[in-house]
Design a protein around this ligand. Structure first.
Ligand SMILES: Cc1cc2nc3c(=O)[nH]c(=O)nc-3n(C[C@H](O)[C@H](O)[C@H](O)COP(=O)(O)OP(=O)(O)OC[C@H]3O[C@@H](n4cnc5c(N)ncnc54)[C@H](O)[C@@H]3O)c2cc1C
Length: 138
């Protein structure tokens, strides 16, 4: 994702652009997933029925599911990530992110429960930090 200086919104803020393609590693995972789906289906003796429009096992086209993530990705290295393991912006004490953007990668599976669990964990961390500070002033 990058900011496009040639396209600006009404306030003059550059628009976000997305450049997307599957990497060789992605295709390897996709291939493994296809094989696993085939194996599960044959074990269950289920029929995977292709239609005119769709093969039996298919990829949802990029952009067809709405699980945006990764713009403030979590990681230990501030040169490749935005927030640390506690969802605090690297190097900025007290500034936290608690939404989908901290998920470094995502598939088609629904992300919201994971995001909510992470937000609760972040809130616990913030509360624990305040409790620690309060105790140290006693
Ligand atoms: C049609 C559809 C169906 C979905 N179905 C599912 C599903 O079944 N299960 C699932 O897990 N996920 C589903 N999702 C995905 C899920 O909705 C999102 O992953 C989730 O809402 C992301 O949460 P968030 O807090 O990161 O962002 P959001 O929910 O998008 O929250 C961002 C908030 O920031 C506000 N905002 C934006 N800009 C500003 C600004 N400048 N100042 C102040 N506020 C601002 C927005 O108004 C919004 O309220 C679906 C998404 C769509 C679009």
């Amino acid at each position: 994702m990058y900011l496009d200086d040639r396209r600006k919104d009404a306030f003059g803020v550059p628009e976000i652009q997305v450049r997307f393609s599957y990497s060789t590693a992605d295709w390897a995972v996709i291939d493994e997933m296809r094989k696993a789906v085939d194996k599960v289906a044959s074990t269950m003796q289920a029929l995977l029925t292709p239609t005119d429009d769709l093969p039996a096992v298919c990829l949802v086209p990029p952009g067809a599911d709405y699980h945006e993530a990764g713009t403030c990705r979590m990681g230990i290295d501030s040169s490749t990530s935005v927030v640390d393991r506690n969802c605090q912006i690297h190097g900025i004490s007290g500034l936290y992110v608690a939404d989908n953007s901290v998920l470094p990668t995502t598939g088609a599976a629904n992300p919201t429960l994971t995001t909510v669990a992470l937000a609760i964990r972040t809130a616990d961390h913030i509360a624990g930090t305040f409790a620690g500070e309060a105790n140290s002033h006693r």
